[in-house]
Design a protein around this ligand. Structure first.
Ligand SMILES: NC(=O)c1ccc[n+]([C@@H]2O[C@H](COP(=O)([O-])OP(=O)(O)OC[C@H]3O[C@@H](n4cnc5c(N)ncnc54)[C@H](OP(=O)(O)O)[C@@H]3O)[C@@H](O)[C@H]2O)c1
Length: 275
């Protein structure tokens, strides 16, 4: 049953592999958060192309394993271990990138936290660390790479969440606020960046089956997109340079979020009282 719903909600797309190769051949692509989940999958798919992939994440052993497994593929893979939520390590990564000529940046590293506000009264650090990784890190990375992206008529792709476009979800304040913050930042910067020859795209992804959603029991029975599909949508953005990808049904959610904003709030309160 779940798979029928999934097929309707997340129809498969066919990537034109020749076109993807044409677009990415000889390009240098940075993928943040490339050790697991969507980032890892994307790296595996792009490794079939003659390009340079620069992978960054915290888990060194996993990055080494990916690099080793893909050593015979056409792509050349460089790895860098860093906690991008740490200002000094982010600076080191930015300095490391100076030796390359970057064409595409996939801002994918992300941290999610699902926690009631009433359990967060002494946990300001939850809000600080999500903002640090999901907002300040991509802002700093983007600012640092603008000159290179401008020179190369490059592309900055942000991996966001469809929830950013919808009514807020209870318990997700830290995550959604930080994802929304960067989404808003990028949308404000977009016109200027376009005028400077930098293409901007955002993938507003729905639930994707990765370790990020494992701790949330409620998600176990929910329809999810596969990692491969998520990576396919990112590849599609690299081909068509569209402003965004969002699931076909997102516009219905956006309309409902406006029309039923008050009802949604009441429904959420009802759910919380019943729990
Ligand atoms: N899964 C979903 O349902 C979903 C839905 C919408 C949007 N997204 C977005 O998709 C992106 C990828 O998520 P995912 O589902 O693939 O999650 P994931 O499997 O948990 O992967 C997250 C990646 O980010 C890296 N990362 C986390 N903290 C980091 C840090 N401080 N510094 C550097 N790298 C860090 C992780 O590597 P290390 O642990 O090795 O550092 C890992 O490679 C995120 O931006 C997320 O917000 C996910």
């Amino acid at each position: 049953m779940k798979s029928i719903v999934e097929r309707i909600l997340f129809p498969r797309i066919n990537i034109n592999k020749d076109l993807l190769v044409q677009k990415l051949q000889q390009k240098t692509i940075v993928i943040t958060g490339a050790s697991f989940g969507i980032g890892e999958q994307l790296c595996r798919q792009l490794s079939e192309i003659d390009c340079q992939l620069i992978l960054v994440a915290r888990t060194t052993e996993k990055l080494l394993k990916i690099q080793q497994e893909l050593q015979d593929k056409p792509a050349i893979i460089y790895i860098f271990s860093a906690n991008l939520g740490d200002e000094a390590q982010l600076d080191e990564f930015i300095s490391y990138l100076k030796q390359y000529s970057i064409d595409i940046v996939i801002n994918n590293a992300g941290k999610s936290i699902c926690r009631p506000i009433m359990h967060s009264l002494d946990r300001l650090h939850d809000f600080q660390r999500t903002m640090q990784l999901n907002y300040f890190a991509p802002v700093k990375l983007c600012l640092a790479l603008i000159p290179q992206l401008q020179k190369n008529k490059g592309h900055f792709i942000n991996i966001s969440a469809v929830n950013v476009l919808l009514a807020p979800t209870v318990y997700w304040a830290a995550y959604q606020a930080s994802k929304s913050a960067f989404d808003q930042w990028l949308r404000c910067a977009e016109a200027e960046l376009l005028m400077n020859d930098i293409t901007i795209s955002t993938a507003y992804l729905p639930l994707v089956k990765t370790k990020m959603i494992e701790p949330t029991a409620a998600y176990k029975s929910m329809p999810t997109m596969s990692r491969q599909q998520a990576a396919d949508h990112i590849c599609q953005l690299m081909i068509n340079h569209r402003v965004y990808y969002k699931p076909w049904w997102a516009f219905l959610g956006q309309i409902a979020s406006v029309i039923f904003a008050t009802s949604w709030l009441r429904l959420t309160q009802f759910y919380l009282k019943k729990k």
